[in-house]
Design a protein around this ligand. Structure first.
Ligand code: ADP
Ligand code: ZN
Length: 734
């Protein structure tokens, strides 16, 4: 039994006589725990309880659906691999909208006549004097013809539900409840799209995928294909093929790409077979979509990370678009699962094909493909043979020397923008930092203004004239004198999107700019509004953070400028080069998607960096070769695994001390099987008043580490003031 409350382990219960036969693996039951009743799921049966005496299961939760066995297995795998309590993993496979009390299909009450029209008319006339409300209701009923919803009937006739009930008692009306699906995509009409004739490269890749889809065997395919090379068309056709075999598919895209544009591509090909799970759904809509998938009524589930847990029966295919994307990893919440690895497990466990695609595959995936574990397919050309945009890399150090001072825009970028303004073409400008300035520092003592609760510099937000912490979100008023030395004045250092916007307007007074970052997209739908305005030409420049780096398609954009390609390179993370490469490749993919060839200007202080050079040549293989040298040497992923253990608490000394103990114990127990680094302060050592220390474990296999970790935590009995968390295969070392 796995309970929904956190008890950290499975518990045994006896099945009473009256419930034999009606309880199965996956059933939801009520059981006594201490003096209370709790609900949970049956995960397995055994003849021999692990302790005695066992209590009895009190009853079945009739209103709940049994969790499909395969999904329970996924939960158990997630719990095991990511070292997370089973109850948290179960919450992934049975989402809150399905689990919560009162979760059910919406029912609508329909009213119709119980007698003939003539008889009803007679009754209507009769009641006009004594019961005018009843008469009005009957009149509407007669007009309505067949049937009408109770709500409409009341609204139109001005009567109350009680009046209708009275009519029912009198044998004049009949009320019926009917199940309704809350439509996630109301009133949307899609033009039907037909499969396109594949080009030669696409055909080769598609045939190879089909072989596995047809045979129904598990296999993993990786497509490395430049942006706009027709990967999505292959996903669509592979899903179509899976459907022909009578099986269901799961299509995963990064959260940020789950736009109406994307949804439309799937809806227009497969119509009602598509269920979309996105975060804007209400609880009710999500509940209905989930069951529609579970019942096999929608055999294609489209969604972000969490859709990997879709209850698809008879699963044949799981697709991950942009498989390198960091949003597939749940880093903030337990379990810290990676949707790609969950997909790979499900593929093996349910005999399904897993299809990964990206212009810049993760090293994890490409490494496996290079060693023959995955089938590798390549799409080297854009559809219609459109050229990839020409890329200019500008050395910002040289620009600074030229002007005897720091430059934000290079001449190359300004000239290119000017040309676009003259030709009425559009430009996208990318900078991975929001706000106005990235730090305030004292001109006299050099002190950087930090958040009170976090060890990060405060950012200045010009529009609100406020200082903001990007870790905890706290805002404070602007100060002019240095709070540390009380003498010096403060200088705004670094550039954020707000400053770029202001400076651009100063240089080109006529330019129309739309800015898209977390600050301009707080309101629901503001996201879509900005993109729509840009699409219809209401602005010359779209300026933004990573929000604009992926998946967008604007034919009139012929120039992309990257203000600083180095924002990722400064971070001391072994994935820094990989992120930089991905960033340049994806941002530049936004240019030249229409008739006019595109141009990209990349500004950097490190023009000779391997990641920049490889991106300039659009050469993934080159990047892979270079980057793998470092990874091999340091035994970093994909060569080995990492597990990070984080200790958090208010008292820095205590946190440091306990982290030291845990790290030493882990090292002792793991011996040769792993290398324990640290503990060291996390990059942001203080966040929201809590200090954070990290130990990093490098290992060949994860299981010995998680087992050792569990034992260490159980035996060390850490003080309550220090919390400990584990992240298996972390994507960020912050
Ligand atoms: P990617 O997913 O690699 O970015 P897409 O599949 O979105 O590429 O393809 C880019 C554009 O080219 C889309 O508008 C798509 O409909 C079109 N396309 C893809 N394959 C073909 C094909 N074989 N023939 C004609 N057009 C195609
Ligand atoms: Zn803060």
């Amino acid at each position: 039994m796995a309970l929904e409350v956190a008890v950290g382990k499975k518990l045994d219960y006896a099945v009473p006589e009256k419930l034999r036969g009606s309880i199965d693996v996956g059933s939801s039951v009520r059981v006594p725990l201490g003096s209370q009743m709790r609900t949970g799921y049956v995960v397995s049966f055994s003849d021999q309880p692990s302790f005695e005496p066992v209590k009895e299961i009190a009853g079945k939760v009739a209103s709940r659906f049994a969790v499909p066995r395969k999904l329970l297995e996924v939960a158990e795998w997630v719990s095991d691999y990511y070292c997370a309590p089973l109850e948290t993993a179960l919450k992934c496979v049975v989402p809150a909208s399905v689990r919560r009390p009162g979760a059910r299909f919406k029912e609508i009450a329909l009213v119709k006549r119980a007698r003939t029209i003539d008889a009803t008319r007679e009754a209507c006339v009769r009641s006009r004097r004594g019961a005018p409300k009843q008469a009005a209701a009957l009149e509407v009923l007669i007009k309505a013809g067949k049937e009408i919803s109770l709500k409409e009937l009341c609204e139109e006739s001005g009567c109350s539900p009680a009046t209708v009930r009275r009519l029912e008692e009198m044998g004049l009306a009949k009320v019926e409840k009917r199940r309704m699906e809350r439509l996630a995509l109301k009133d949307e009409i899609y033009l039907r799209s037909e499969p396109k004739t594949l080009n030669a490269e696409q055909q080769v890749v598609f045939d190879s995928i089909c072989k596995d889809v047809d045979s129904g065997a598990h296999a993993v395919h990786l497509i490395e294909g430049v942006t706009s090379s027709g990967k999505t068309e292959i996903y669509l056709q592979a899903i179509g093929r899976t459907l022909e075999k009578g099986k269901s598919s799961i299509m995963l895209v990064p959260e940020i790409s789950l736009t109406p544009q994307t949804i439309e591509r799937f809806r227009s090909r497969f119509g009602e077979e598509v269920a979309v799970l996105h975060h804007r759904l209400s609880h009710g809509e999500r509940h209905d979509q989930w069951h529609k998938i579970r019942q096999g009524k929608a055999r294609i589930a489209v969604g972000a990370r969490s859709a990997v847990f879709s209850p698809s029966p008879n699963l044949g295919l799981i697709v991950l678009d942009e498989e390198h994307d960091a949003s597939y990893k749940q880093s903030e919440l337990c379990p810290t699962y990676h949707a790609r690895d969950v997909a790979l497990y499900r593929g093996r466990n349910e005999n399904a094909v897993v299809l990964l695609g990206s212009a810049t595959p993760s090293l994890e995936s490409f490494y496996k493909a290079a060693r023959g574990k995955y089938c590798l397919g390549r799409l080297s050309k854009r559809v219609d043979d459109r050229p990839l945009p020409r890329m200019t890399v500008v050395d910002m150090k040289r620009e600074a020397d030229k002007r005897k001072g720091a430059a934000i825009f290079s001449d190359a970028l300004l000239n290119a923008i000017e040309k676009r303004l003259e030709r009425s073409e559009q430009t996208m400008v990318f900078l991975n930092r929001r706000g106005y300035s990235t730090a305030l520092s004292c001109r006299s003592c050099g002190e950087v203004l930090e958040c009170e609760d976090c060890s990060v510099a405060l950012k200045y937000h010009k529009k609100d004239d406020l200082l903001m912490c990007h870790v905890c979100g706290k805002v404070s008023p602007v100060v002019t004198a240095c709070p540390s030395c009380k003498r010096g004045t403060l200088a705004y250092r670094g550039v954020g999107t707000q400053k770029v916007e202001r400076l651009l307007k100063r240089i080109f007074p006529q330019v129309r700019i739309l800015r898209m970052d977390r600050d301009t997209t707080r309101q629901k739908d503001s996201h879509f509004k900005i993109l729509r305005d840009f699409k219809v030409g209401k602005a010359d420049v779209l300026l933004g953070t990573q929000m604009i780096s992926k998946g967008l398609h604007f034919e009139n954009v012929t120039l992309v400028g990257i203000i600083s390609a180095d924002t990722c390179l400064h971070v001391h993370d072994f994935r820094a080069a990989e992120r930089t490469f991905q960033l340049i490749m994806h941002v530049s993919g936004r240019a030249g998607r229409g008739e006019v060839p595109g141009e990209v200007v990349v500004q950097t202080f490190r023009p000779g960096h391997a990641a920049v050079l490889a991106a300039k040549a659009y050469d993934y293989a080159m990047f892979y070769r270079e980057e793998m040298k470092d990874r091999e040497e340091l035994r970093y992923p994909p060569v080995g695994h990492l597990v990070s253990v984080t200790m958090t608490g208010k008292d820095e000394g205590k946190v440091k001390e306990e982290a030291g103990k845990v790290a030493r114990e882990l090292a002792k127990r793991l011996g040769e099987r792993a290398k324990v680094l640290g503990p060291a302060p996390a990059r942001i050592v203080r966040a929201k008043k809590m200090y954070r220390y990290k130990a990093l474990v490098k290992c060949v296999e994860v299981a010995p580490v998680t087992i050792a970790y569990k034992n260490v935590i159980r035996e060390l009995k850490l003080p309550r003031s220090v919390r400990v968390g584990i992240d298996v295969d972390p994507v960020s070392l912050d």
